[in-house]
Design a protein around this ligand. Structure first.
Ligand SMILES: O=P(O)(O)OC[C@H]1O[C@](O)(COP(=O)(O)O)[C@@H](O)[C@@H]1O
Length: 337
């Protein structure tokens, strides 16, 4: 895929972030999510790809926009056919409460190269490039922590693990504490947490726990671009989720299978873009600068070359029609002349 798609893709996450950031702290996660979807979808229309959403906002009958199977982009060319995974607002609770690390995120790979994950939970483990190949989702927590410590040339006491603060992780948290490692609990947003393992400045060495399977595929693309590692096992937690797996034709064996990074995203020719919505560990949040200007901070990565770009952009809200349209539709936007 052409390298210029990096910059096209980041416009998509910027638009989602700009549209939803005005909902920060308003307690309205549905409104914020809808704004992010609107922003993302309107920008996709101008992208020179023929994309199919494989991870999206739900099935056609329940979510009218960016649903699974929706075609996005303006190209008709067969060679521009790609799989798209979106999470226009990853961390709906985070923005509703004004908490850190809400992001808008998109991943892209050649057609057929992203796992069509069911909307269920997934057990995950993710590490950055230095610990690639050192962990196994089937190994014990202590074994994985020792392996990461060795790979990073650290003592186990200096290894930092990110775990989502959920009851289901009680035993995991206990075992990590017994092994002596440090823990950073997070309330929501395991894509940002997995991505953090690939950036030394975040101080995060490993992410583990059970979160959404769609988020797992998106995070896998980030780690593929970063040269890190990730594994997952589907973890349906209700009858409904078991049903969703079988509707996708997955057998009991498939559900139990360890999904390697290659299974989650089977091509190096992939792209990942994320824009901060609220202030985060890696990305700054959207800043309203006054005078119809807003600032965004994004990361965009390309698997084929391993290039990682951080992009800070100042947007003129009064000059960009797409942004004006969707911001008018959502919270509080008043154009200052
Ligand atoms: O909140 P749950 O049910 O524990 O699910 C975990 C999932 O929810 C999130 O924290 C946030 O998801 P939303 O943005 O859809 O609210 C994900 O990052 C994570 O994978």
């Amino acid at each position: 895929m052409d390298r210029s798609l990096s910059l096209e893709l980041v416009r998509v996450t910027e638009a989602a972030a700009l549209a939803s950031a005005s909902y920060m702290g308003r307690g309205d996660k549905e409104g914020a999510d809808q704004a992010a979807v609107d922003g993302m979808r309107s920008t996709f229309a101008g992208l020179s790809i023929k994309g199919t959403v494989v991870i999206g906002e739900g099935e056609l009958d329940e979510a009218p926009m960016l649903y699974i199977g929706e075609i996005v982009g303006c190209s008709e060319e067969e060679e521009m056919e790609v799989d798209i995974a979106v999470d226009p607002l990853e961390g709906t609770n985070l923005i509703a409460k004004g908490l850190p690390n809400a992001i808008a995120v998109v991943a892209m790979a050649p057609k057929g190269c992203l796992l069509h994950a069911p909307d269920t939970y997934m057990e995950k483990i993710a590490v950055g490039p230095k610990a690639k190949g050192a962990v196994s989702i089937k190994a014990s927590i202590r074994e994985n922590l020792e392996a990461v410590a060795k790979a990073l040339d650290k003592n186990i006491e200096d290894v930092t693990v990110m775990i989502q603060d959920r009851e289901r992780h009680e035993n995991m948290i206990k075992e990590v504490r017994e092994a002596g490692a440090r823990i950073k609990l997070f309330t929501d947003g395991d894509v940002a947490a997995a991505m953090a393992t690939g950036f030394e400045e975040t101080g995060v060495d490993i992410m583990m726990g059970i979160g959404g399977a769609p988020e797992g595929v998106i995070a896998a693309v980030a780690l593929k671009c970063l040269g890190g590692d990730m594994q997952g096992i589907l973890h349906p937690m209700s009858e409904e989720e078991v049903q969703r797996c079988s509707e996708l034709g997955l057998t009991e064996e498939d559900v139990k299978k360890v999904l390697t990074l290659e299974d989650l995203v089977s091509s190096d020719d992939c792209f990942f873009a994320a824009t901060g919505i609220t202030q985060g560990d890696l990305l700054k949040g959207v800043l309203y600068l006054g005078n119809n200007r807003a600032q965004t901070h994004s990361v965009v990565m390309r698997g084929a070359t391993g290039t990682i770009r951080f992009i800070e952009a100042i947007h003129r809200l009064d000059k960009n029609d797409t942004i004006i349209q969707m911001m008018k539709k959502h919270a509080n936007f008043t154009k200052k002349s």
